[in-house]
Design a protein around this ligand. Structure first.
Ligand code: LLP
Length: 421
């Protein structure tokens, strides 16, 4: 459930009519609901009651500081994957001991920043990274708390571009090498082993792959403890999917996911971390666009919007589905017609949906892309010199711009033309 509902025939973001925001900031724009963020964060917290846990929001899904600050205020930790995300989390007031640092290519600068600024743990993805981290920590007179991310060779049964837990993916160390890697870690001067990390992919709609992966982590925990390693923390990653298409069957609920975690690792006397991104932020955001033209083509009609692939890349990149609804609620039983819904960017790939049934729409109308709060604004670009679109946050009857639309001058003036051109 989210907080973008029709009231009196007009789509609202919580208590704010979407057209009011459009009139104030112009289209296109993203709008996020604090109530939905809160609700989804608590779904995980409630699902994990009875087990020591920290829910670390995967900032890659939405890293606006207002979103981060809101979640941190509820008690959330953060999963960061770059020095930039680390700096953002700190700027939003997240304490270092609630930040986990993931990613296959951490640089020395990133390690140094996190070590000196404060970090809960690094999720290390390779032996060279382990050596590098030990050296950096030692040079600072510090010790780096780490988990090793293991690759359990489990098929997450999701889109190939966002599956991470198979042995041919670049992520983690093969679980078969865990023995050797943990022994190596234990011998390094700048490293303190605290646990194990796993993340098998994103937008999972089936619990079975999670169960298979977590069972392997359970076995590994017992095995490594028998070797003398202090495994006191398990980072079980993110990845629980959301219902993008309302007419489809819904993915498993956080309660079922939490029950699975408790069943598989609940008796291990460990602190559990999870790193959900999409399930917290996805349905907490919509993208609102204006219709520029309705164009008749050969055998198909096009709805040309002012939003494009640079604003929301998921359909072009993964063939992803987003429900697209008119902001003015269509009358019950109104005839629908199929449209290809596209943006103005000069690529055929700039297509949001093909033959999508829509009620009658006209130039100037507003439409909303649902479930756009995760991997929307964060993946946007200025392709075609289209400014990054504003982000707005609502809370009850209040709304605020949390990132303004840059002007053309701001964009253009970032370029430097050398005098010798
Ligand atoms: N932890 C790690 C180590 C990750 O790599 C990811 C996502 C997450 C947690 C959060 O996963 P989530 O709960 O959001 O599924 N751009 C793609 C998704 C890429 C996900 C990358 N890693 C999309 O738009 O579908």
């Amino acid at each position: 459930m989210d907080h973008f509902l029709y009231r009196d025939g007009i789509l609202h973001a919580e208590d704010v009519p979407v057209p009011r925001i459009a009139a104030s900031v112009g289209t296109p724009f993203y709008v996020y609901s604090t109530a939905t963020l809160t609700r989804h964060y608590h779904l995980f917290k409630d699902a994990l009651v009875g087990i020591d846990n920290l829910v670390c929001f995967a900032m890659k899904s939405n890293s606006n500081q207002a979103v981060i600050a809101h979640l941190a205020g509820l008690g959330a930790g953060m999963d960061v994957v770059s020095g930039g995300e680390y700096a953002r989390a700190r700027a939003a007031g997240v304490p270092g001991d609630r930040i986990v640092f993931s990613g296959v290519g951490k640089t020395e600068n990133e390690m140094r920043a996190a070590l000196t600024g404060g970090i809960r743990q690094f999720n290390v993805e390779s032996e060279p990274e382990l050596d590098r981290l030990s050296a950096v920590a030692t040079s600072l007179g510090l010790t780096a708390p780490i988990t090793v991310r293991v690759n359990p060779d489990v098929d997450a049964k999701t889109h190939e571009k966002i599956a991470t837990g198979k042995s041919d993916n670049k992520f983690g160390i093969p679980i078969s090498r865990a023995d050797a890697v943990y022994a190596h870690a234990a011998a390094l001067p700048g490293i303190e082993v605290v646990g194990i990390d796993v993340h098998i992919g994103s937008q999972l709609t089936d619990l079975a792959p999670f169960e298979a992966a977590y069972q392997k982590v359970r076995d590994l925990t017992l095995h490594l403890r028998a070797q003398g390693h202090a495994i006191r923390r398990l980072d079980l990653g993110g990845g629980l999917g959301i219902p993008y298409e309302r007419s489809n069957t819904a993915p498993p609920l956080p309660t079922e996911y939490g029950a699975l975690i408790k069943r598989v690792v609940g008796d291990l006397d460990v602190e559990v971390e999870i790193e959900p991104g999409r399930l917290i932020s996805g349905n907490a955001g919509i993208l609102v666009a204006g219709v520029i033209y309705v164009k008749q083509g050969e055998g198909r009609d096009f709805l040309i919007l002012d939003a494009a692939m640079n604003d929301l890349i998921r359909p072009a990149m993964y063939g992803a589905w987003h429900d697209i609804v008119p902001v003015v609620e269509p009358e019950v039983g109104v005839d629908q017609a199929p449209y290809d819904i596209v943006g103005p960017v000069c690529e055929t790939g700039d297509t949001f949906a093909k033959s999508r049934p829509m009620p009658p729409v006209a130039p100037g109308d507003l439409v909303a892309f649902r479930s756009a709060g995760a991997y929307g604004a964060v993946m946007a670009s200025e392709y075609n010199t289209r400014p990054l679109i504003p982000e707005v946050m609502v809370k009850n009857e209040h709304f605020a711009v949390i990132r303004p639309r840059p002007t053309f001058d701001e964009i253009i003036n970032r370029d430097i033309v050398p005098e010798w051109v």
